[in-house]
Design a protein around this ligand. Structure first.
Ligand code: ZN
Length: 173
């Protein structure tokens, strides 16, 4: 297991659409394990493969199937697709790839997701509330969409300006 470096916005690799996983091999399992370790170490509630520079449709989320308590357990979803969504909620989101920003994002309240496990076996997952947000947020990453893309243009511009200044000033503040 290894903690992987997480790409940070505005890295252009975060904007790319990821390709489906077709081979359920040892390499995939190792990547999923490393991603889980990276997520738990951060700590974060979810992580998508493109955030660690792998352009494939693979996400991990914290917690067991029916329990989103934050602990050592996690779920792996390969080729996840949101097949149903209902309702609406506003949630304060952050992202391991977007430094120092939390913003309210409007999401579906409930989702149903179809995915495959690490052996390629299909399964279905229903979620609501926070976990539904996490699933939508991580699935977005696979299409090159960041939560930044879902906030108002004004808030995004303010953040971009702040980030630009921080990058110029270095990390000495
Ligand atoms: Zn994210």
């Amino acid at each position: 297991m290894a903690v992987l470096p997480i790409l940070k916005y505005p890295d252009p690799r975060l904007k790319k659409k990821s390709r489906p996983v077709t081979e359920f091999n040892e390499e995939l399992k190792n990547l999923a394990r490393d991603m889980a370790e990276t997520m738990l170490a951060a700590p974060g509630a979810g992580l998508a493969a493109p955030q660690v520079g792998e352009n494939i449709r693979l996400i991990v989320i914290a917690g067991a199937e029916n329990d989103e308590e934050f602990d050592e357990r996690y779920l792996v979803l390969v080729n996840p697709v949101i097949t149903r969504s209902a309702g609406e909620q506003t949630y304060d989101e952050g992202c391991l790839s977007v430094t120092d920003l939390n913003e309210r994002v409007i999401r579906a309240l409930e989702v149903e997701v179809e995915a495959q496990d690490l052996e390629g076996k299909p399964f279905r997952l229903s979620a609501e509330g926070r976990r539904a947000v996490i699933l939508q947020h991580e699935t977005d990453h696979l299409d090159g969409v960041l939560f930044l893309d879902r906030i108002s243009g004004l808030k995004r511009d303010i953040y971009k300006r702040k980030l630009k200044k921080a990058l110029k000033d270095g990390d000495d503040d």
